[in-house]
Design a protein around this ligand. Structure first.
Ligand SMILES: Nc1ncnc2c1ncn2[C@@H]1O[C@H](COP(=O)(O)OP(=O)(O)OP(=O)(O)O)[C@@H](O)[C@H]1O
Ligand SMILES: [Mg+2]
Length: 280
């Protein structure tokens, strides 16, 4: 039987290809998991939840090498590409960690880049600005380096358990006016600091994710078993089981110290206490 075929010309093909691509980007805008897949990362279940969450405040208590920096860098990239004029601030405790986190984000951008996405207009080793007006800035965390930023759409603090409390307090106002989001991610480091405090006392305002090493499909049970035999117990529980443990050289444990403190007891020397507070 004779069939009727109509030949499409090149410009029709171009416009079909372009609308297919536009459709793909609209789907990636709505679902960051699709963008992650195109960047070569098939997200674990908890990573998909994070990519799809719209929670304003998120805290990730995760084992070493579970993929927390990878996935938050994709959240950061997605925000910068799809939220025009947004400022994404990546904070890490050291310059090396800032460089690593920024490199992850940049590598993912390079992997998915096409002319339809916003293009880099200015770039340095710790900063990129896109043609849609968005910026990603990665900083090693000291109060001096972070001063001067405001209107932050997304604040990501990597290795948050070793970031100074004073720094956290000074960056939080940066998301106030922009109604921005914050993601804290870390392996625990003792029962102290804002990361521990938010995890334990942050209340319902925080979306919590806890991923131990045995939940990570890329860390084998054999490897973990060997590690358990090799490193000190407290270190294993901290690094791979996400426990807020006391440090090895700590004389008293956290609960004992807490139990010794009471607001009901008046200081013996109130004047001296006042001076002490004023000095320190
Ligand atoms: N869903 C995934 N699929 C494949 N590889 C992944 C996935 N998530 C993370 N990875 C890989 O796992 C490794 C560890 O990831 P990442 O550096 O993000 O972990 P981390 O939890 O931040 O580790 P660390 O505690 O050392 O900072 C990297 O090589 C990363 O590419
Ligand atoms: Mg990391």
């Amino acid at each position: 039987m004779k069939q009727n075929y109509s030949l499409t010309n090149n410009s029709t093909m171009d416009s079909i290809a372009s609308s297919v691509l536009k459709h793909r980007f609209e789907r990636e805008r709505a679902d960051a998991c699709l963008m992650a897949l195109r960047a070569g990362i098939k997200p674990d279940a908890w990573q998909s939840d994070l990519l799809r969450s719209s929670a304003k405040q998120m805290i990730l208590l995760c084992s070493r090498q579970s993929g927390k920096s990878t996935i938050t860098s994709i959240v950061g990239l997605h925000t910068a590409l799809y939220q025009e004029n947004s400022l994404v601030l990546l904070l890490s405790p050291s310059l090396r960690q800032s460089q690593e986190l920024f490199k992850k984000l940049k590598d993912f951008y390079n992997a998915i880049q096409t002319p339809l996405l916003p293009q880099p207009v200015e770039e340095s080793s710790l900063r990129i600005e896109f043609s849609n007006g968005s910026r990603v800035v990665s900083l090693p965390g000291t109060e001096q380096t972070v001063r001067g930023f405001s209107g932050v759409a997304l604040l990501i603090i990597d290795e948050a358990s070793i970031v100074e409390d004073a720094l956290y307090q000074s960056v939080r106002p940066m998301i106030a006016t922009s109604n921005g989001r914050v993601i804290l991610l870390s392996t625990p480091r003792g029962k102290r600091g804002f990361f521990h405090d938010v995890w334990t006392n942050g209340g319902h305002d925080w979306h919590r994710t806890r991923i131990t090493a045995d939940q990570c499909p890329r860390i084998s049970a054999e490897w973990l078993e060997n590690e358990r035999k090799t490193i000190p117990d407290f270190w294993y529980r901290q690094e791979f089981e996400c426990q807020f443990v006391e440090t090895a050289d700590q004389l008293f444990n956290f609960e004992d110290i807490q139990a010794m403190l009471s607001d009901d007891v008046k200081p013996l020397f109130p004047e001296e206490t006042k001076n002490y507070n004023a000095t320190y």
